[in-house]
Design a protein around this ligand. Structure first.
Ligand code: GLP
Length: 249
């Protein structure tokens, strides 16, 4: 913490994704059997695009790592291109020279979504717990599918999606858009050793402001991350307009 708020790392928009990709590659170089939860959405796309080259440059790979999908929609058929597991495969895993040793996904095709969540939690525990959770920031402050109202001790669970999340799914190409999902809960996210919250674009400036400045309540789930000792907020200068850059200490 610096000056009463978590350290905000600000990078120029044109190098932000390179910076994040290099940071992921460095983590994998240092800890090849990393257990990492990864988000979908548009924010990480340029990072995933750059990751294969960043891994090659760092002499690192996902070959011994465990990748956990952060969340998943309920109700999309198994081969639907908007499903989070499909998006992660398409945008990252299929492009890697060495795929991860384990890819942990929510089995939303089984009738009991809470059992699917328990299976993901069990797989994470069996892998030794989450070393790193990488998150995007929802327009309403959600992380994963932990929508406003999610308590810090919320477990992995099935959730009703907020209207803005349903609309986002429609924009991604799910029509009809799903209204429910499953997500790693706030509790397992907060139990990770490190949390990196990625924020890019001017359209995220307002919710980043609230994430950093609002009272720490469930109204903005991302604000619940403040105070986690391993939290990094990695923003581009468009999302962070209005915040003075502070050097990392
Ligand atoms: C989505 C996903 C999140 C994602 C967030 C931000 O609804 N559930 O995992 O990080 O919203 O999306 P985007 O990066 O497209 O702004």
């Amino acid at each position: 913490m610096t000056g009463g708020r978590p350290l905000l790392e600000i990078h120029p928009a044109d190098t932000w994704a390179d910076h994040v990709a290099d940071a992921v590659a460095e983590r994998l170089a240092a800890n090849p059997d990393l257990v990492v939860a990864l988000p979908t959405g548009s924010t990480p796309l340029p990072v995933y695009e750059r990751l294969p080259a960043a891994l090659a440059a760092a002499g690192a790979s996902f070959g011994a790592a465990t990748v956990v999908v952060l969340d998943e929609f309920i109700g999309l058929p198994v081969d639907h291109p908007v499903r989070c597991d499909a998006v992660l495969r398409r945008t990252l895993l299929d492009r890697l020279e060495r795929p991860p040793a384990r890819f942990v996904i929510f089995d939303v095709d089984e009738p009991d979504p809470d059992a699917a969540c328990a299976a993901v939690d069990d797989a994470v525990a069996a892998a030794g717990g989450l070393d790193l959770v990488i998150l995007g920031l929802g327009a309403n402050g959600h992380v994963g599918m932990n929508e406003p109202g999610s308590a810090p001790d919320a477990p992995s669970r099935a959730v009703d999606l907020a209207p803005s999340t349903i609309e986002a799914a429609r924009r991604y190409g799910a029509d009809p858009a799903p209204s429910r999902g499953v997500t790693l809960g706030m509790a397992p996210i907060l139990a990770a050793r490190e949390i990196w919250l990625l924020i890019s674009g001017t359209h995220k400036a307002g919710i980043l402001q609230r994430t950093l400045s609002d009272p720490i309540t469930s109204a903005v789930p991302a604000a619940l991350l403040r105070g986690h000792p391993g939290l990094r907020l990695i923003a581009d200068d468009r999302a962070a307009s209005g915040w003075p850059a502070r050097p990392r200490s």
